[in-house]
Design a protein around this ligand. Structure first.
Ligand code: FAD
Length: 296
């Protein structure tokens, strides 16, 4: 079965509005189709066998990047779920405010996947190696989910229930990611891959807010190394309130590596992946700190 490369029978419907999509998605056997760069390969391998595919690519109202006001009055970057990787990569506002996303996008797949694949599809695929999941976890972003009765918000750190599993229920659609904007913030993403365009062997994202050379808030995201919710919480706790120095970053990096759970696979053994976390965390933290201080 696994090598068959032909999907089983499936119905297809094209959503003409968000409401239309939600009504089509009420069956547990229905799945939204965004860029299709994960769903279609999964269907060909019969790892996914939806009865109905709901094509949401026509919902252009879900492709945008804007600045808005958050619930607590602060600014937030709002990214529509149908924003492609390529659009995120090419956006100047994103690069200025959250270079972690630009860094990550530069090393996600290749131009063809980036032209089709979407931010929402990436998060909803919930692959443990998905770079944007770790980047948004580091940035403490919030997911906005449309439901039949309106919408609900879920912190990205609570969005993934496990590999290939999210909190999205039948009849719901991820519509937006919100990233809180704070003054004095710098961010960066560091990834090691076997060859250009490949998935991470390991990667680390960092988002630091720094005041008077002290770390006020720290977000550290880990990709492909089995970190719960893609986050290195022990390292973040250690760093908060400490001076933004190489020594603090090294200690945090050791904690991140100690508390994640990489598994040996074709990309490398466990100890190699932990060693990468130590190195990449220090690089990401140092670069995030430099950017918080105004370096571009
Ligand atoms: P789809 O395939 O359309 O959907 C994926 C899943 O999400 C499906 O279950 C679908 O039903 C669901 N879904 C989609 N949109 C929504 C929504 N708005 N609400 C609810 N559910 C939704 N990713 C990386 O992070 N790093 C890499 O290096 C990388 N390399 C890749 C290399 C190749 C060759 C390929 C094919 C993919 C690679 N990817 C990589 C994956 C890619 O980034 C995303 O997983 C892919 O683009 C998913 O986005 P999509 O829009 O194509 O989603």
């Amino acid at each position: 079965m696994r090598g068959m490369q032909v999907p089983s029978h499936v119905e297809y419907a094209r959503a003409t509005s968000i409401g239309h999509a939600l009504s089509l998605l009420t069956s547990p056997e229905a799945r939204p189709l965004a860029g299709g760069h994960s769903l279609i390969p999964m269907m060909k391998l019969r790892l996914a066998q939806p009865e109905l595919v709901v094509d949401i690519t026509g919902l252009r109202e879900l492709a945008y990047i804007t600045l808005g006001k958050g619930a607590e009055g602060g600014d937030e970057l709002r990214i529509g779920a149908l924003t492609t990787h390529a659009a995120l990569l090419g956006d100047d506002l994103v690069d200025e405010m959250f270079p972690i996303l630009t860094d990550a996008e530069r090393v996600i797949a290749d131009p063809i996947v980036r032209n089709w694949g979407t931010v929402g599809g990436s998060l909803c695929q919930a692959d443990p190696s998905e770079d944007l999941s770790a980047a948004f976890s580091a940035a403490r972003a919030t997911a906005v989910i449309a439901t039949a009765s309106g919408s609900r918000t879920v912190p990205v750190r609570d969005f993934h229930l496990g590999p290939y599993q999210t909190v999205i229920e039948p009849g719901e659609l991820l519509t937006e990611i919100r990233v809180p904007v704070r003054d004095g913030t710098g961010s960066a993403y560091e990834k090691v891959e076997r060859r250009a365009g490949d998935w991470s062997i390991a990667a680390v994202g960092a988002v630091l807010t720094i005041e008077d050379n002290a770390v006020m808030t720290a977000g550290i995201g880990l990709t492909a190394v089995g970190a719960p919710h893609f986050a290195a919480t022990e390292a973040e706790d250690h760093l908060t309130g400490r001076p933004a120095t190489a020594e603090s970053f090294a200690a945090a990096a050791e904690l991140a590596a100690a508390h994640c759970r990489p598994v040996a696979d074709q990309r490398g053994p466990e100890d190699y992946k932990r060693a990468l976390v130590v190195e990449l965390a220090q690089r990401a933290l140092a670069r995030a700190a430099a950017r918080a201080g105004g370096e571009r």
